[in-house]
Design a protein around this ligand. Structure first.
Ligand SMILES: Nc1ncnc2c1ncn2[C@@H]1O[C@H](COP(=O)(O)OP(=O)(O)OP(=O)(O)O)[C@@H](O)[C@H]1O
Ligand SMILES: [Mg+2]
Length: 605
């Protein structure tokens, strides 16, 4: 369990989130309106028109109440019964239809916006460099994908529905009130400011809670994912109780946080009820006296009170608008955080392509560190000759894999240059560089899917003969044909349905298929038995005649066959030469050789 690592992750996240709290989230609304609002302007205009119809029919309904009372009940007019009844039916039908189109249009635009943002989020994520990925937990990406894009949609929905439906409805209803009973407007004007002030208090709380929700749901995802991926460790160390406890804690935190959100969200309810009640009550007292004194007709009074009651829902929503908006904005921050981060791998299109003729790789005084002030490569210099095999050997943690990371430009050196055929790779486009390299990494990653799909990733459009030849060269063909489904066998998530050695051979086949002039192999045969290793070795022998191979290996057998050996120790190349030369020097390599040779003699003897 990566307890400390996780602690660190959450601390970082909290730190980042507290930074967001201080930020003026209002910058997001104009930005969304300008980009997505404008792009979907026609649809939004349609939705707004529908909302206008809804608002107008609501206002008219309230307005008609005057005649309902005065014409039907006071004047006892029979014609009015039918006319008003029919009008009300028509109005509600129109309201229903307009409401339907408004909902559907908004939902469609909303889903399109979510889809667009999810694509953009994925694109931006792809353009990030490797360090970006090592810094965050993988579930963080899932969480952002879900919550962030949804947040952006919610912000726009709130803008449109509150502006369109609620504000328009209120305008119509207040107009009705003013027309029927001007005094009514006065009550509204007194009550409104109180609502605004109280709701503002709630917003800060709401934002904090949304952050807690985000962190909480992230933690649940994280525990789930790590438990599933590390299930063997969990079972063999009997860690069930511990992961259960951790999961229970995460779920409990999330539950609490959601409850808190509900409480804060509902807090506007009692306030609005009280204030609404006061408005209605005071108005009834005022208007009741006016009617009882015979100064006024009851129709006006009834129409105004209907308008007031109908205004209650949209007013309540508008009162909550700030609160809901704060929530949506905070959610969309999770999206813009990533969208606005500078993608490390974006480069000018004018960058020249790397031209590989022979494929010589040279490290010139390369310094590198993953973390500030913790140098990993210290003045590393060596040449991997063109169309030859160079082996990197040395103790674990010395920086061998790091050298390959730098050749692939997963990371950039702090200083020094890496040249391929005399060209500084930092000055060439990453795509062209990676096109020239076939890389088998230490972790042997396979994608879920079939063996065929996994090998074919090496070169899209490769013919069947080509990829079977690659599989044969990697000594994978035989075991693959042993499976009932052959090349169509599913490998499972991360290739877990295959053995380590099988995964290695499929990874090697994939690299062979790529047929690139430079081959980087990070302990490709470590998971193989001596027999398969020898066979893969032979395949490599065939291949390496025509390409530059950089090979990391621990086994003497593999190392000895290289044309040149570089001994990596504590971030520098301390010895270079052939097996014989290095033995003669009686230095580091000699010690390494003795160690394995003696072991072997003990075993054999
Ligand atoms: N992503 C990373 N972030 C921080 N430090 C790292 C990272 N990857 C490797 N290191 C550190 O860099 C040093 C060199 O690591 P590297 O993987 O290059 O070693 P190696 O020579 O390939 O070892 P091995 O033979 O065990 O594979 C190690 O001390 C390691 O802890
Ligand atoms: Mg390594």
């Amino acid at each position: 369990m990566k307890e400390t690592l996780q602690g660190e992750f959450f601390d970082k996240l909290k730190f980042r989130l507290s930074g967001i709290l201080g930020e003026d989230a209002r910058a997001i609304i104009p930005r969304l309106v300008k980009s997505d609002g404008r792009r979907h302007a026609k649809k939004y205009a349609l939705a707004l028109f529908m909302m206008f119809l809804v608002a107008a029919s609501t206002g008219l309904t309230a307005y008609l109440m005057r005649d309902v009372i005065n014409k039907i009940f006071v004047d006892r007019n029979h014609l009015a019964v039918w006319a008003l009844g029919g009008a009300l039916i028509g109005l509600y039908m129109m309201k229903g239809l307009a409401g339907y189109f408004q909902t559907v249009t908004l939902a469609k635009v909303g889903h399109r916006i979510i889809a667009d943002y999810q694509k953009r989020l994925f694109d931006t994520t792809l353009m990030q460099g490797i360090p970006f990925f090592s810094k965050q937990h993988s579930t963080d990406f899932l969480n952002r994908m879900n919550n962030g894009a949804n947040g952006a949609r919610l912000v726009l929905d709130l803008v449109v529905t509150s502006l369109g439906r609620d504000v328009l409805t209120l305008v119509f209803l207040v107009t009705v009130m003013v027309v029927q009973e001007p005094v009514m407007a006065f009550f509204c004007l007194v009550i409104l400011p109180i609502v605004v002030v109280v709701v503002r208090q709630l917003i800060r709380r709401a934002r904090q809670i949304v952050h807690r929700n985000f962190v909480g749901s992230g933690r649940v995802l994280q525990t789930m994912q790590e438990t599933v991926q590390g299930i063997r460790v969990v079972k063999s160390y009997n860690l069930e109780d511990r992961v259960r406890e951790r999961m229970a804690e995460s779920i409990h935190d999330l539950e609490e946080s959601l409850n808190k959100q509900a409480r804060v969200g509902a807090r506007t309810g009692p306030l609005m009820e009280t204030l609404g009640g006061m408005a209605v009550g005071l108005f009834v007292i005022y208007a009741g006296y006016s009617v009882l004194n015979g100064a006024k007709m009851p129709g006006e009074f009834f129409s105004a009170i209907t308008a007031l009651l109908l205004a209650y829902e949209p007013a309540k929503r508008l009162a909550r608008l700030n609160l809901d908006m704060a929530t949506a904005l905070t959610m969309s921050r999770f999206l813009f955080d990533v969208l606005d981060s500078k993608p490390a791998e974006v480069e000018p299109a004018s960058l020249p392509s790397l031209k590989v003729s022979k494929g010589e790789i040279e490290f010139r005084n390369v310094f590198f560190e993953y973390r500030a002030d913790e140098p990993v490569l210290k003045n590393a210099s060596f040449v991997a000759d063109a169309k030859r095999t160079t082996a990197l050997v040395g103790s674990s943690g010395g920086g061998k894999s790091t050298i390959m990371n730098l050749i692939e430009r997963f990371y950039e050196p702090v200083s020094g240059t890496i040249l391929i055929d005399g060209q500084d790779i930092a000055a060439c486009s990453r795509r062209s560089l990676r096109d020239q390299i076939a890389y088998v990494s230490q972790d042997l990653f396979l994608f879920s899917g079939t063996i065929r799909e996994n090998i074919r990733l090496g070169r899209s459009g490769a013919s069947d003969e080509d990829f079977i030849a690659a599989a044969k060269a990697a000594h994978a063909h035989e075991f693959i044909m042993g499976f009932e489904k052959g090349y169509d066998t599913e490998v499972g998530e991360h290739g877990t349905q295959l053995s380590g050695g099988q995964r290695a051979r499929i990874s090697i086949a994939r690299a062979f298929l790529k047929n690139a002039p430079i081959l980087l192999l990070d302990e490709p045969t470590a998971a193989l038995d001596a027999e398969s290793e020898k066979e893969v070795q032979r395949a490599l022998d065939d291949l390496r005649k025509s390409r530059t191979t950089l090979l990391i290996a621990h086994r003497l057998q593999t190392v000895m066959s290289a044309d040149k050996i570089c001994v990596v120790d504590d971030g520098s190349i301390v010895e270079t030469g052939t097996h014989q030369e290095l033995l003669a020097r009686r230095g580091r390599y000699h010690a390494f050789y003795r160690l394995q040779f003696d072991d072997r003699n003990v075993v054999n003897g």
